[in-house]
Design a protein around this ligand. Sequence first.
Ligand SMILES: *Cc1c(COP(=O)(O)O)cnc(C)c1O
Length: 432
Amino acid sequence: MEQTKIILDENEMPRQWYNILPDLSSPIEPPLDPRTWEPISPEALEPIFAKGLIKQEMSSERFIDIPEEILEIYKLWRPSPLYRAHRLEKLLKTPAKIYYKNEGVSPAGSHKTNTSIAQAYYNMKEGNERLTTETGAGQWGSALALACNYFDLECKVYMVRSSYYQKPYRKSLMTIWGGNVVPSPSSDTEFGRKIQKEQPDTPGSLGIAISEAVEDAIAHDSTKYSLGSVLNHVMLHQTVIGAECKKQLEQVETYPDIVIGCCGGGSNLAGISLEFIKDRLEGKNSPRVIAVEPSACPSLTKGEYRYDFGDTAEMTPLLKMYTLGHEHVPPAIHAGGLRYHGDSPIISKLCAEGLIEAVSYDQCPVFDAAIQFARTEGIVPAPESSHAIRCAIDEALKCKQTGEEKTILFNLSGHGHFDMSSYDKYFNKELT
Ligand SMILES: *Cc1c(COP(=O)(O)O)cnc(C)c1O
């Protein structure tokens, strides 16, 4: 019988993160100071981030050891299973082999715990007592609340208003793990109060919530800010996903022709793909890597590659990335985790150099794919992850046309158990 679930032993877990920075064709453009537009010094980032994370952000070491305390927590759900989607393949009548990595098995239900645990750890090590952050759909907020709970840190989450009301149970989850959640724009920060006054009906945005969380971190002692995507150190922490995938695919003597991830800020895509891009840079293999975005927030497919702020209030350093502009407020689509105006500088550079391709899809075909997946593989996917599923299905259907037996790997970045109201809307034909 053909294998369905490919699992690794705990002791085969990767013990190092892979840092792609030294392998890039040229150094990544540095972050700029928001006041002077000059390259920012590591010290200037210290009011916002833990020093250990700033070091990783700019590191030129190819491999970075994962501290033992982090590995101990990773073991609660890692190594995560890799599945062969036999039933989906059958439904599609495709000769392609479809594999997916299930990051939905983490306690918070997504890949975001891979970095939240690491970020809370380095902050705890440096004596910080409180972390602030933003969250869109709530996955990042819950991942950080869980991590802060493990390392005895306080956690304050500014949750994008549209999601706060669309996804009340994500807020409950954060509260269970000890997080303090407010809808953003909130009345807890100067910037939040300003937006409340100027745009009383705004659905909120990640850009606004980031401004609030950064302002809070700067204003309070022993408090740092934590970001769930975009930054180099976040991409780094996620590389455990791809490293595990490689070993799992070796077990079944396969290597992917196509690697797919949905893309909001780029972290789950980086997680599954950077290990394979490394092979390509070393001339060993040449898998295609595809980033999948919602057409409502198409930063890679329609954005400009330039320096931009990470937030609405222009408080964060400027990053060279694909961006729709930091004032952009994307419509309140159901894949809240993909509603960010910018993208990871690493992913952006790889896109600009043609090492990553980008595609975008509307909500309805994405939900069609989610239902096909749920009815074959059983798992209810997050709307974000369903973008990757849509693309994997389309690539598998192309193989049906050409008769090619390609191996397709995609990242199932999270489960959709908190997205039932979005699924209800899909069935009631209320999706736009
Ligand atoms: C946050 C999130 C995303 C988008 O963020 P990336 O940094 O692009 O990975 C995708 N899927 C899930 C399940 C998420 O929680």
